[in-house]
Every structure is written in structure tokens, then in C-alpha cells.
Design a protein around this ligand. Structure first.
Ligand code: ZN
Length: 142
């Protein structure tokens, strides 16, 4: 199976859940999923493999919304300077959870991906959140 076929399989999975996948958004648009409008946006400035990883991650968010078993039920999407430690951790946990669920989905869909490549990509993204969570001011605020 090649990456185009993998991406198609993930898109089919998302369509079955009522989601629309926007594959070629405007340049520099970030990957995201909106559970209200049910739209997944996948950035066009990525390699085919990165798109597969990103699609799995966004699908992982969908599975998180569906499962509703978050450690933090109200996880925000971005870390801002005035955010409390609890909210910062909620963002990190939510992102990690989406990567974890995305990997399980990759296995269920039988995409034939190596765990190592996926983990490397996941780690790169999660570390940006960890850095943001630890690095901005007002960390003592509650
Ligand atoms: Zn995410």
C-alpha cells in the first residue's frame, strides 16, 4: 500500500463518520479538525507520508471527541501565555491522546506503517507543545 492509498483509507474512515476532508487548503494553513463543522483540514505543505501521519492524528482527535474519556474534558487547542498549568497540561495530554488513538487506528485500518516513523513524527509535534507548555510566562498562575 502506498501513501496515497493510506490517505484514501483514512479519508474513507472519516467520511463514514460524517467528516469532510479538505486536502488542499490555502498555503500555510495548519492541520486541524473541527468537531462542530466536521471538517478536517490537512496542510498541503507536507510530504505524502506526513499527510498520512497528520490525517491519523486528526482522526485521533475525532476518536477522542467520540470517546469522551479525556483526563481533561475541557482541553483547549492552543497554549497561551496566561494559561494555568492545568490547562497547559490539558493541551499536551489532548495532543498525546490524539497521537495514541491515531496509531491504534492505523493498526485497525491495516495501513502497514512502521511504528518508529509514526512515533518520530508524533514526538516532534508533542515536543512543540511540551516546549510551549513549559516555556511561556505566568506558569505559577492558577
Ligand atoms: Zn492535535
Amino acid at each position: 500500500m502506498n501513501d496515497r492509498e493510506r490517505l484514501q483509507r483514512i479519508c474513507d474512515w472519516a467520511h463514514d463518520r460524517g467528516y469532510y476532508v479538505e486536502l488542499d487548503p490555502a498555503p500555510h494553513e495548519a492541520d486541524e479538525v473541527d468537531p462542530v463543522t466536521k471538517v478536517i483540514v490537512l496542510s498541503s505543505s507536507q510530504t505524502p507520508r506526513q499527510r498520512v501521519y497528520a490525517a491519523l492524528h486528526e482522526a485521533g482527535h475525532i476518536l477522542g471527541y467520540e470517546a469522551r474519556d479525556f483526563l481533561f474534558s475541557d482541553a483547549p487547542h492552543r497554549i497561551t501565555p496566561r494559561m494555568s498549568p492545568r490547562s497547559r497540561l490539558a493541551v499536551v495530554e489532548n495532543e498525546l491522546d490524539a497521537w495514541r488513538r491515531g496509531w491504534r487506528l492505523a493498526e485497525r485500518l491495516d495501513l502497514g506503517l512502521s511504528a518508529r516513523g509514526f512515533e518520530k513524527e508524533a514526538a516532534t509535534w508533542v515536543m512543540t507543545y511540551v516546549r510551549d507548555a513549559a516555556g511561556k510566562k505566568d506558569l505559577t498562575e492558577t
